[in-house]
Design a protein around this ligand. Sequence first.
Ligand code: PGA
Length: 248
Amino acid sequence: MRKPFIAGNWKMYKTTAEAKAFARAFTKLYNSSDVQTAICAPYTQLETLIEAFKGTDIKIGAQNMHFAEEGAFTGEISAKMLKEIGVDYCIIGHSERRQYFGETDETVNLKLRKAFSADIIPILCVGESLEERDGGKAFDVVKNQLASGLKEITKEQASSLVIAYEPVWAIGTGRNATPEQADEMCGFIRDTIEELYDDVVSDQTIIQYGGSVKPANATDIMNMPEIDGALVGGASLIPEDFIEIVNF
Ligand code: PGA
């Protein structure tokens, strides 16, 4: 049985003071439930949130990491550094990183390998652009992102993987995929995981939908059979909105 998994992606929002205020407000609203909740925050807010949510079942994730163990990579953060402070998850291959920071399927693959070896659960983001969807290429694009991103990832590693289907055209645009469109692609992702591994792995894989998930559409999205969770950007910044999504 897959446990629903709702993760916030704060992107480059919130100072330490703002993160503390969020944690205070969110803790008051939050009751631990059958849903796994996580917040993927900027690096400088990770320890603040880990401390603030101590004693709850809320997990903390990063939004990126480097693929090397360590080295002369100015400005980068390693998986080991994240693990040391108690980070459980890391978003890998978000479309904003692919679009603005030169992330490729190759670097995504290297980062996945490193995350697994450091015992960090990766949230692998895949998704097509509007042009690709309109051109009828959405399924091919996602399949390729999965096949190259998961190269040489073992079956054992893949069984703890989280995948977020985030159509680029739905991120931050207020234009979400319909629950049916999202479900269709999440089902296709599950079939692809079965092809790459087997049905045991595909049954276990948590597949989230991300892209303009809001309190108003969360229930419809979460009720779809192939969708196990949501990766929430904008609405995860507001405690009252994020709690409504967590309590879908
Ligand atoms: P959004 O972002 O909910 O603001 O569309 C989702 C994401 O980029 O993970």
